[in-house]
Every structure is written in C-alpha cells, then in structure tokens.
Design a protein around this ligand. Structure first.
Ligand SMILES: Cc1ncc(COP(=O)(O)O)c(C=O)c1O
Length: 396
C-alpha cells in the first residue's frame, strides 16, 4: 500500500513487533517445528468454569442485546464495590464505562482527553501500544527512561522535571508490562501530587506476588483508571474491560462509546459480574495466582542461571524482562535467532521502547514443564551448542 492510500492518522502507528515473532512462530509450527511460546501476553489458563457457566446461562436467557452504553448497572455497581473493598475508594457507578477490553478504554480516554500535540509522559520501556493510542488521538507520547536504578518504574523527581505546559497526562502501569515491576505507594502518591492528570493502567492488578498493589484513586481523583478481565480473570478473548473517569468526562466518553462501540457484549457483562462476585471464582483466581508465582520464581532463577541479567525482581504480572546485552544489541534479530534456532518465542525489548533495546521479555504464562524445556533450549543456544532437530534449516 502506498503511503497516499492510508490516512495520516494511520501513518503515525508503530508496528507491533511481538506479533511478527508470533506469526513467524505459528508458521514454523505449521511446518512441523516444536515451538515453546514465552512471548504471548495472555494467560494460558482457561477462563474459570463458573464464569463460563454464567455466560452460557445468560445466552440461554437471551442476554443477547445491546445494554446501556456505559454497561449494565449491576456490573458497574460490582466494579464500584470491588474498588471500595480492595482499595477503599468510593466510586459512583456513573463514573464507570464498561468497554470491549481495556484497549478500547485506552482509546476512548485518549480521544476524550487529548488535544493536538498534547504530551503524555510514558515509561520507556513500557507497553508497546500506548504510543499508538496517544499518537492516533493527536497527542505526542513522551518516553521517560526507566531502568534498574529506578526499579524500572517512574522516579517522580525525573517525571517532575519532564513536565511542561504541553504535558496533558502521565501514564502509569503497575504491575507493569514488560518489566513485571510495581510502582511503590509513595511514588504513586508523589506522582499524583504533581497536579497532572494520571492515566493508570491497572490491568495486571490481582497478579501480584510480593508487596501491595495500589490504585491511583487512593491518591487522587484527577485520574483515569483502565482495568478489565483479560489478565487476572483469564478472559482475554471475551474482550471485556472498563474505564473509571472523573464525572465531568463521562458524557463525552459515553457519546464516544455510543458512536463507536455502542456497548460491550451483554452475556459477557453477565459473566464479568460473576467474575467479580463469585466466591468459587475467587478460589480459582487464587489458585492461578499461586501457580504464576511458582513459575515466576522458577523462570527468574533459570533466566539468571543462563546468563541473562534481571537486576530488579519482578513481583507482578507474568513477565520477566531480562537484559541480554552481553549477547546482543539488536533484540529484534536476537528474538528471531532464538525462535529459529532454539524454538522458543520471546518478545524483543525494542518493542517496548528504545530503552528496552538489548532486553528480551519472557512471559511465564505457560506450564512449568514448557518453561523448563524452553530454558534448556535457550541455555544450549546461548552456549552455542547446536540442537540437532531444531537447527535443521536456516529460515531467514
Ligand atoms: C499493559 C497492558 N494494557 C492493556 C492491555 C490490553 O488489554 P485488553 O486485552 O483488556 O485489551 C495489555 C495487553 O497485553 C497490556 O499488557
């Protein structure tokens, strides 16, 4: 497609390199190769049975219509109750917009908030899609380096120095993708005190193995919160998320939703209500969390043993962001080498920003068995020992 064929808006989008790896991995699998996927950012667990049953029941009861554009009142009330119980913050259901995943919530918030050339401070490395949401809505993503010295999270002093009259918002993400690190409570409070609107992506809440998770709403009302059911509830394919916003933005957000999405799926919202309120589901979630933690500890140990540096222990989400700088300065090519030669899918650090170059991201949303095998393959690859069947062809 010639550049003239598509809009200037689309031209600003950054390709999602992780998908290149995944698509190549799938092609290799079709050719009969054994590939272990440690690149994918989604739970390997199926959705808890009680949630699925409630969706089936909802379908049989014909919960198949449009709902209120903000979402069903029952679900919004349950989300408000969840935030009250977990973080002791009081939210009115009228401040909640249920969306088809967290991603649309990010898009609608950026659409409602950003004027042309407004800047949004984002962490580098950070979730690959943030810059696309911001740029597509006319804003300018302004990356701020985070590194091992800052615990791979924002240092409020550095953030403060980066604020200019053009700064419209600061986007935080804790636990974070790709680093799995948590933003400490005091830092959150400091960031909230800078007087700039905070966009807080809380999608990995619940997946915390050490320390406490906090919602930005504990520290300020001048915030937009993004959350959803994809990660903690193992519901990526259901496409269900939500946005909590200051009341004055709700009418605009509602208009955007009514125009572009209409509503999230009806039976999906019934299932999401079950996800938030069922004691049975809570038990399943805790079981999954413990398994993730076991995998986290194992993967971290093995990643370090095979010679990659993880300077700050990741304590949330399901990612380990490892410095492969002793092996490569080109994480994109390195990730392809690993895929082709070791049969392991990992995500190149450059996908998450310039400061992620030289790193690779492992997702431990895979079985311990598979992770163990992947680490053995990777170890042999890094030691330069050919792996008979896996090295049969050079594919690039
Ligand atoms: C930090 C972060 N935010 C948002 C999303 C998107 O979530 P959803 O599936 O709810 O759209 C992801 C998905 O990987 C993510 O890692």
């Amino acid at each position: 497609m010639k550049s003239a064929d598509y809009s200037r808006r689309a031209e600003v989008l950054k390709p999602f390199m992780a998908m290149d790896i995944l698509e190549r991995a799938q092609q290799l699998e079709r050719e009969g190769r054994s590939i272990i996927h440690l690149s994918v950012g989604e739970p390997d667990f199926p959705t808890p049975g009680t949630i699925k049953e409630s969706a089936v029941k909802a379908l049989s009861e014909d919960k198949t219509h449009y709902t209120h554009s903000l979402g069903t009142l029952e679900l919004r009330q349950a989300i408000a109750d969840h935030y009250l119980k977990r973080y002791r913050v009081k939210i009115d259901p009228g401040q909640i917009l249920v969306t088809s995943g967290t991603s649309p919530a990010l898009l609608l918030a950026c659409a409602a908030l950003l004027n042309q050339d407004d800047k949004v401070l984002i962490s580098d490395p950070g979730y690959a899609c943030y810059s696309n949401f911001i740029s597509y809505c006319g804003g300018i993503p302004q990356p701020i380096k985070v590194d091992k010295e800052s615990g791979f999270q924002f240092d409020p002093k550095i953030v403060k120095k980066s604020i200019t009259p053009q700064t419209r918002a600061i986007l935080i993400n804790s636990p974070a993708n790709p680093t799995g690190n948590l933003l400490e409570k005091d830092r959150m409070r400091e960031l909230a005190g800078l007087g700039v609107t905070i966009l807080s992506d809380e999608i990995y809440h619940g997946l915390v193995y050490k320390g406490d998770e906090h919602s930005i709403l504990e520290f300020t009302d001048n915030a937009f919160v993004f959350n959803g059911f994809s990660k903690f509830y193992a519901m990526t394919g259901w496409r269900l998320g939500y946005l909590i916003a200051p009341p004055r933005y709700m009418r605009t957000l509602q208009t955007l939703q009514q125009s572009f999405m209409i509503s999230a799926s009806h039976f999906g919202q019934v299932a999401a209500l079950t996800a938030l309120t069922s004691a049975e589901v809570a038990k399943d979630l805790e079981k999954m969390r413990r398994i993730y933690d076991e995998r986290r500890r194992f993967t971290l140990k093995r990643v370090r043993e095979i010679g990659l540096e993880v300077a700050v222990e990741p304590t949330g989400a399901f990612y380990i962001f490892a410095n492969a700088g002793v092996f490569t300065r080109n994480s994109y090519d390195f990730a392809f080498e690993i895929l082709e030669k070791a049969g392991v899918g990992v995500t190149p650090g450059i996908d998450f920003g310039e400061n992620g170059e030289g790193f690779i991201r492992f997702s431990y949303a895979n079985s311990l068995e598979n992770i163990a095998e992947a680490m053995n393959r990777l170890e042999r690859f890094l030691q330069g020992i050919p792996q008979n069947c896996l090295f049969t062809q050079s594919l690039r």
